[in-house]
Write a protein that binds this ligand. Structure first.
Ligand SMILES: [Zn+2]
Length: 340
């Protein structure tokens, strides 16, 4: 019988390999050059399993690009505050799915997770606390990792911080502009041009077409920032468009592509990330790779609700419980209070 920590052993061997070799081993060829908005069943290794794919809103056969290996990218935390049980629930659920794939079906899951360590909320928190944003981010990143360890969630093969990947992000944006899917403004911002991809925007529902707001330099109200000009007092990086910082969505497209190349088997995250975050990730990645199906499966975790409440657990509603509880209590909460 296989040890429950088989994946951990695989990951540890994986991490001892030079990063460039890992990248060469994982990169697939160009993603399938299909057209249209419909999901296309991938070709490759049929696991015999089915997963609920948010792209089709139904169970689909899980077919991987390589036999016995699943490439898996997940949106990690924005590290500006304590994580709560709503976040924990999502990570525990996907940990269970990954353990099932590896332990019961012998599939090696290679999981990369981004740590969002630069963001409006982090900057705001750093101003409120009068502490450098890098210190705030580092403090809550370490706390998040401790929380996950306390819940026995197997760590990803690799964590990648946004601030350590800015040159890659700049190059990624530059390619999207050259491919004709983004534009710059006189102010030094860069926006994704939604109209340039036509009907392909809206895989998770999407926003209705509308006119730009007065004073906005966006061509279409749905266009979203790839690069934001820095305001006074904000952290910034140099770019061909001036000093600024990455928009939120571009970090995931860049980092997932840096690790896994032009195609991804599985992408996961909370259901509240489906739109606009994952929708925009798809638009950017397919505009960069010039393909029509970048990630084959999107797995979304539902909200955690407190018993008797229709409201999800969230910081803004102030109804959250932090993860500083015994793991046993977490699993009691997990099984007793979820609706997904
Ligand atoms: Zn993401």
């Amino acid at each position: 019988m296989r040890c429950i920590f088989c994946l951990r052993c695989v990951v540890s061997a994986f991490l001892q390999t030079p990063f460039e070799i890992i990248l060469r081993a994982l990169h697939t060829g160009p993603c399938s050059n299909i057209s249209g908005t419909e999901w296309t069943k991938p070709s490759g290794f049929d696991t015999g399993l089915k997963v609920f794919n948010s792209l089709t809103k139904q169970k689909e056969p899980l077919i991987l690009a390589r036999e016995g290996v699943a490439t898996w990218y997940s949106c990690g935390p924005t590290v500006y505050d304590h994580a709560h049980l709503g976040h924990a629930c999502s990570y525990v659920r996907f940990d269970i799915v990954q353990r099932i794939l590896s332990k019961l079906f012998g599939i090696t899951v290679i999981h990369a997770m981004v740590i969002t360590d630069i963001d409006d909320k982090i900057i705001k928190r750093s101003w409120e606390e009068n502490i450098c944003s890098t210190v705030i981010a580092s403090m809550y990143e370490e706390e998040f990792k401790r929380d996950m360890l306390s819940l026995k969630v197997i760590p990803p093969a690799v964590y990648l911080r946004v601030t350590e990947n800015v040159p890659q992000i700049v190059a990624f944006i530059d390619r999207i502009i050259k491919n004709g899917h983004a534009y710059t403004t006189q102010e030094g911002d860069v926006y994704f041009d939604i109209k340039s991809i036509g009907e392909r925007y809206g895989k998770f529902g999407g926003a209705a077409d509308s006119q730009p707001e007065p004073g906005s330099h966006k061509r279409d109200a749905r266009d979203f920032a790839l690069w934001k000009k820095s305001k006074a007092g904000e952290p910034y990086w140099e770019s061909p468009w001036g000093r600024g910082r990455p928009g939120w969505h571009i970090e995931c497209s860049t980092i997932a592509s840096t690790v896994f190349g032009s195609q991804l088997d599985i992408h996961s995250g909370g259901i509240d990330l489906a739109f606009p975050h994952h929708e925009n990730e798809i638009a950017q990645s397919e505009a960069y790779h010039q393909c029509a199906q970048w990630a084959n499966y999107f797995l979304h975790s539902g909200h955690l609700h407190l018993k008797g409440s229709v409201e999800k657990m969230s910081k803004s509603l102030k109804n959250y419980i932090t993860i500083k509880v015994k793991p046993g209590l977490l699993f009691k909460l997990f099984y007793g209070m979820t609706e997904s």
